[in-house]
Design a protein around this ligand. Structure first.
Ligand code: ATP
Length: 221
């Protein structure tokens, strides 16, 4: 479980929360604290008070993959292969293992033909695919995605969705404004002003959001 206890960070306040393995989707208005929550999950921010535990470890003791809202801003290396290899290199993995993980991640995202390209020569969508390949290359325990897909076309979004479906990570936590994506979650959290106002299955949460823009169009009503 991912457990929040007495957590306070910037505007976010989470007295108590336990997330089961599977896919958790976060949604809510702009500025409601979604990114802050994701940063706490990933260990990129530490709570000012309280604690976050992932199966008994802190986020920083956990293998975490992260894709931010603007994936192209997080790319570190000039060559695509090196970018995807980055987490393995930082983990001190042997070269042959790194090669295997990079090839596997690139295959899953359909970007094998990009491996020798420079990151600078890629389109925004291609950079997002590289960001996702990098984040899931080492099969992280927790994969955190912060609205990275807002400017992907449908075909690219489907490639990513398929890769995520097959990703063996224990927890996937993602933020989206796409309620059709949110509807597929195991758990849905709806934030307002730093607080989780609704939590539960998509059916439970959407029943409380009927008549708002946070309701899947395909569900009608
Ligand atoms: N370290 C901080 N100190 C003070 N305020 C902060 C800090 N980090 C974030 N905030 C504020 O907290 C609020 C929530 O920010 P956050 O980025 O988490 O919201 P969000 O729901 O992801 O927004 P958006 O949908 O616009 O991306 C914002 O008003 C932001 O300015």
């Amino acid at each position: 479980m991912i457990d929040f206890s007495g957590v306070s960070q910037a505007i976010v306040r989470i007295p108590s929360l336990s997330l089961a393995p599977g896919t958790t989707v976060i949604t809510g208005p702009n500025g409601s604290g979604k990114s802050t929550f994701l940063r706490l999950c990933a260990g990129l921010a530490l709570p000012e008070s309280g604690s976050v535990g992932i199966d008994g470890r802190t986020p920083r003791e956990t293998e975490v993959g992260w894709v931010g809202e603007f994936p192209d801003q997080n790319l570190l290396f000039s060559r695509v292969y090196d970018e995807i290899a980055g987490p393995s290199l930082f983990a001190g993995a042997p070269c042959d293992e790194t090669r295997r993980l990079v090839d596997d991640a690139a295959r899953r995202l359909g970007i094998v033909d990009l491996l020798d390209r420079t990151v600078r020569s890629l389109s925004g969508g291609e950079r997002a695919l590289v960001g996702v390949a990098t984040a899931l290359s080492r099969h992280p325990h927790l994969l955190v995605l912060d609205e990275f897909d807002s400017h992907l076309d449908r075909e690219t979004a489907e490639i990513v969705a398929e890769a995520l479906e097959r990703c063996p990570c224990r927890y996937l936590i993602r933020c989206t404004q796409d309620m059709e994506t949110a509807a597929l979650a195991d758990t849905l959290l709806y934030f307002e002003k730093g607080v989780i106002v609704h939590a539960g299955s998509p059916k439970e949460v959407f029943s409380a959001l009927q008549g708002t823009c946070f309701y899947p169009e395909s569900w009608g009503g």
